[in-house]
Design a protein. Sequence first.
Length: 367
Amino acid sequence: HGVDSKGRSITVTDLTLFSSGFVGSAVVSACWPKGMLNLHKRNALATAVISFSVQVGFRIISLCQLLAFAFRTPHPKSLTAPAHFLTTFQEFGLGFAKKDMAAAIFGSAVFLTWATILTFFFQELVERQAFLKHASHWPTLFEGIEFALKVAMGPLFLPLLQVTLWPLSTTLFKEDATLSRAVGVVSTIAFTRYTLRFMAVDQQLTRVDANGCGAFTNARDLPPNERDRLCAKRHPLSPMSPQHDQIKTVAKLVLTLLHMLPPLVVTACQVSVGVLLVWSNVHYDAFGGNLANAVAVGASSGVLATYVAALLDEIASVCGMLGECENVLLTLHFAVLPAAIVGFCKRWTKKKCATKRGTGLGEPLLR
């Protein structure tokens, strides 16, 4: 309530803009003004639960997007419905209007990518106002911008990426094809660059220094260390490894570009990308909890198994035996579940044993 046990006011000092020359303090009760837009600040538990639910949704969408790549090449007819369902997560329905509204959809995607990039240019202004006028709605606006970036560079990253690359992967842009390809390539490179930059600071916009030339380079950004991540952790799915998130982002870009090549090459290279995803989940702890990391390893193992099945589908299709071997190939696709369970169990038991050996108390020591 802004006072200690002796009735004295508690003052909070804010150093988030210290690098910009701003330092200030205020009574803690003034930091959380009343109002509907500040309910999340006065209800930390409810906010953490909602944030956790949102992150669960984001991770499910990301998993479906990765699985959908396995069904963009010939596959058994029995899997047409699941393939159609997974594909919707990659383009969010935009692919069905590709022929009729290609130019409009492409233009909208390019606009959204550059609007997201331009956010890095003016977010410093909003952050400064949020610091100087902490009792207003500026802090909430800044948090809203941060959440919008998480959506655009998370679930929407792959759909936007695929649409901006339409001029390279389709023949729908016969008029001004060169200009469309140039715009698409530049937008893709810039969007990926700023997405990787956002991932490098664990998606914490306050750690992005976009003042002056900082809008174009991340030299003055402040990547969090282990202690910072532990302090910022609010739920089991809070990001704990920027390397893991960056590898997954690059993997999505590579998988998108691969589908411009012959199907057999695509499916063979997808297996290599699947191995990279499994390695990143094993090597880096993407989340703070052992259970969440074990689920991530299991999910990536399932993705790898799906890519292997897609490679066998393509080999059978090249040999003209896709229909004859449909039951066998279908069985291989169902091997996704055993592969995911094995990956989960391996990660779970390995981390448990390492934790017990490290401290003897079942919990790692913090230094």
